[in-house]
Design a protein. Structure first.
Length: 364
């Protein structure tokens, strides 16, 4: 991005999550301006544009791209639309910031990224839970050896969604949503876990439909081994009245625990030292230099920096694909009853084509 030039931004899909994108762009208004939005719902897109200043409403993405020539396109539509819309935007020369889940399968992810070019445009995905400065602080402590080796971890996304939530036609179906809470809800917290602990090695999982009349699961559990040797449990649920998002990591010298719901700041992290650790050291753990909460606005910062530098942004390429591969392994393990190792799901594997282990549109 040239000095003083504001990026021209377009938003595709103006449902509820688009408001988080609008707020993020407003927080970076010196660098970006929303020039257009597209949605099939004329009333909804008009209301979004009115709240975004002088943005122009469209009902067709192709027309928007041709007339507005945006630098960056936010994609806030259901998962089944992400591949074609991302490819269309990339082929027009625009960078893409796409909501989770990136798409419905590893095959679709690989198809999307073919449209990228060296130096940009790139497609990045919204994993905003890793954007909080307290997460960066933990990674620094771990990398510096201050916490010792990570040993045991727990990752929990236990939320509550009722029947009305699943009355939305595209939810709860493999073909349109791509998966259940492991895909659409827990993916944020699982991405943060992988961001904190690094590459996973093997997963063993179970899924179930206990309450909701859906094709996908409404609860999943998994056991995970990391390349470091650390072991973790993962729970994703939409059946839990007492809603919480939690990550706990027991290291040799301390337990670090994050408890929140949809976003966190430094106050939501707790460090408990092993008995022999000096209290002065603990104070440093508990007081990061910065306190930037996790949010879309915080996640947008490194994307804009990458655009200016013409380099691949975080949460794209292999970095954006890592948690999607983990989710595919979770579903494959649950379906087959066997452990799944990182890297084993490739072209030709049914779980590369679909999280359900079948081709999109196939029933069963």
């Amino acid at each position: 991005m040239g000095e003083g030039k504001r990026l021209r931004v377009a938003v595709v899909g103006t449902g509820a999550i688009a408001e988080s994108h609008r707020i993020a762009f407003e927080a970076h208004r010196e660098d970006v301006e929303i020039v257009a939005a597209a949605d099939l719902d004329e009333v909804r897109v008009a209301a979004f544009c009115a709240g975004a200043g002088d943005a122009q409403p469209y009902h067709d993405l192709g027309t928007l791209l041709a007339e507005q020539e945006p630098d960056l396109v936010s994609i806030c539509t259901p998962p089944s639309l992400h591949v074609e819309q991302t490819k269309q935007a990339l082929e027009s020369g625009a960078w893409v910031w796409c909501e989770k889940p990136p798409c419905r399968s590893l095959a679709e992810y690989d198809e999307m990224t073919v449209a990228e070019r060296e130096g940009g445009p790139y497609a990045a995905f919204v994993y905003q839970q890793r954007s909080g400065s307290a997460a960066a602080h933990f990674r620094e402590l771990l990398a510096g050896g201050e916490l010792g080796r990570p040993l045991v971890a727990h990752c929990q996304t236990t939320w509550y969604r009722d029947a009305a939530y699943y009355a939305v036609p595209w939810r709860g179906h493999w073909e349109t949503e791509g998966g259940g809470p492991a895909m659409g809800h827990g993916i944020h917290q699982m991405d943060l876990l992988l961001h904190l602990l690094g590459d996973w090695a093997e997963v063993r999982a179970m899924t179930a439909r206990l309450v909701h009349d859906v094709e996908t699961e409404d609860v999943s559990t998994a056991l995970v081994r990391f390349e470091s040797g650390a072991l973790a449990t993962v729970v994703n649920s939409v059946l839990s009245p007492d809603e919480v998002s939690r990550i706990r990591i027991d290291c040799e010298l301390a337990t670090a625990e994050l408890t929140h719901l949809y976003g966190y700041g430094a106050k939501d992290w707790r460090y408990t030292p092993a008995p022999h650790v000096d209290e002065d050291v603990v104070e440093r753990w508990r007081t990061p230099a910065d306190d930037v909460g996790s949010s879309h606005a915080a996640a947008l910062t490194p994307l804009l920096a990458a655009y200016r530098a013409g380099r691949r942004p975080p949460c794209s390429g292999d970095d954006g694909r890592r948690v999607l591969e983990f989710v595919a392994a979770l579903y494959k393990s649950a379906a087959t009853g066997a452990g799944v190792r990182r890297g084993e799901i490739g072209p030709g594997d049914p779980f590369h084509l679909s999280m359900a282990g079948k081709r999109t549109g196939e029933r069963g």
